[in-house]
Ligand binder design. Structure first.
Ligand code: ATP
Ligand code: MG
Length: 456
């Protein structure tokens, strides 16, 4: 059964006298699999200008790219607004560079031709107004039943290497395997990723890292990462990671080499992008540091710089890159579980609550990804320390301190400058130790003591 708004969409489409329209791509694929949640892609032989026949204001047309044959169609239905991406049937040739902007577009009214320009057979199924499904490649329904991803033509992946990452992503999200000949083709043409824009690589990579969240199918992230490794795709995504391939580690703590450990750790991490990226990249500094010094000491700091560079290279936003870098830089903290309450509190203040909790997740992912089955050290203790501090209302962040910079300047008659910050940090350390002292009066009194001490 189709949803009421989709039935209504087909009705008004047909009333407008347009040629038959189909849902294509994710909707038919997912609904046949019994999976929910996808955007609505629709297609028909009608040129996009013809969509003006659809009745306003029930239908609003936006982002019209008539030349490319695409229009964003919005449907008002009750109080809701539904968005359809319309594409006129076409046969197109993609230019290199992953821009996904066809070099030349030729429209067609032949559904078979439209199917041939699509990426995978399971993405080339067309669902009509009555719910029946057309399978113009003749292989889509079989692939769906066998849970496989196969390219539509032998040239599909060679024309646009971004499709190789889409292949991995769909396999990871849906729990499908890749058909043998499609796999061989992907492997042979992996070098085409060098022509794809960093942004488009990043977007697919992120979806692979979060694959299990799309349909709630477990195991997808590790499968996706293994596919990337086996295809040699990491050289085009995060090249520094590949140096860990075959780099053996102390077998007392590790069952895997550095790269495999990184992939395992990433897949163990909870579904938060920053945490998963940090787990994936936490040991990225090991090969370089080991090469230079013969030891692993300092791989955390080197790793932070390499992780930041890798994420900047993929055009991640500054916040994400900075947060991942900070976690990589801190991932060796308290590895022997000997840090006391004061040291843990200092790390909480340094990272902030959200990042600190991620660090605990990274520590657990690190142990989980070692393949040795050892329980993670420290993380439980850290969370407990945080819980205690919060229970006592200890000022984990400066905003929670009962005085701010203005108060310090006014009460101590000092000008703005570094000194103000230093005093605030000293007050915070004091109030973390004695949360009951976090009141305006007490802190000002203490600030005056520090101030005179520093003036002496
Ligand atoms: P989902 O929306 O669930 O991620 P989808 O299959 O709908 O999956 P979209 O990216 O929305 O994926 O694309 C819709 C359809 O357009 C695809 O199913 C496929 O048929 C076609 N398509 C999208 N991108 C490409 C591409 N790079 N090459 C060939 N066909 C593509
Ligand atoms: Mg879609």
């Amino acid at each position: 059964m189709m949803e009421a708004h989709i039935e209504r969409f087909f009705t008004i489409w047909n009333e407008a006298g347009l040629p038959p329209c189909y849902l294509v791509g994710g909707y038919p694929r997912n609904s046949l699999l019994g999976l929910a949640g996808t955007d609505l892609d629709v297609a028909s032989p009608a040129p996009p200008q013809a969509l003006c026949a659809l009745p306003a204001p029930e239908i609003v047309l936006e982002e019209r790219a008539y030349g490319l044959g695409t229009v964003v169609v919005k449907q008002r239905f009750g109080d809701a607004l539904y968005v359809y991406e319309y594409t006129a049937f076409r046969c197109d040739n993609y230019g290199r560079g992953g821009a996904h902007t066809p070099k030349k577009v030729r429209f067609t009214d032949d559904i078979r031709e439209d199917a041939l320009r699509r990426d995978f057979t399971v993405n080339a199924l067309y669902m009509g107004a009555d719910g029946t499904v057309a399978d113009p490649t003749g292989r889509g329904l079989a692939a769906l039943a066998e849970k496989t991803i196969g390219q539509v033509t032998p040239e599909t992946l060679t024309q646009d290497a971004l499709r190789i990452l889409r292949m991995v992503r769909f396999a990871a999200e849906l729990g499908f395997t890749v058909e043998q000949d499609t796999w061989e083709c992907a492997k042979a043409h992996i070098g085409g990723l060098a022509d794809i824009s960093r942004e488009r690589i990043r977007d697919e990579f992120v979806k692979i890292l979060m694959a299990d969240t799309k349909h709630g199918i477990p195991g997808g992230v590790l499968c996706g990462l293994h596919m990337l490794k086996d295809l040699g795709a990491f050289s085009y995504i995060v090249p520094a990671l590949t140096e860990g391939d075959g780099m053996e580690q102390n077998t007392e703590y590790h069952a895997y080499d550095v790269l495999e450990h990184s992939l395992q750790a990433c897949a163990c991490a909870p579904a938060d992008l920053v945490t998963r990226l940090a787990a994936l990249l936490h040991d990225i500094g090991k090969p370089a540091v080991f090469r230079e010094t013969g030891k692993m000491v300092g791989h955390d700091k080197r790793g932070a710089a390499l992780a930041l560079a890798a994420l900047n290279g993929l055009r991640f936003d500054k916040e994400t890159a900075g947060e991942v870098g900070a976690l990589v830089g801190a991932h060796m903290f308290d590895l022997d579980n000997r840090a006391g309450r004061k040291a843990v509190a200092r790390m909480i203040v340094k990272l902030g609550e959200r990042q600190f909790l991620r660090l605990a997740d990274v520590r657990e992912a690190d142990f989980c990804g070692s393949g040795k089955g050892n329980p993670a050290l420290s993380a439980g203790k850290w969370r407990e320390t945080l819980r205690e501090l919060k229970e006592k209302d200890a000022p984990i962040s400066l905003e929670q301190l009962a005085v701010n910079g203005d108060d310090v300047m006014r009460e101590l008659h000092i000008p703005p400058g570094k000194r103000v910050g230093k005093i605030l940090l000293a007050l915070q350390a004091y109030a973390l130790k004695k949360p009951s002292q976090n009141s305006y009066k007490n802190l000002v009194r203490y600030a005056k003591i520090i101030n005179t001490r520093e003036n002496e």
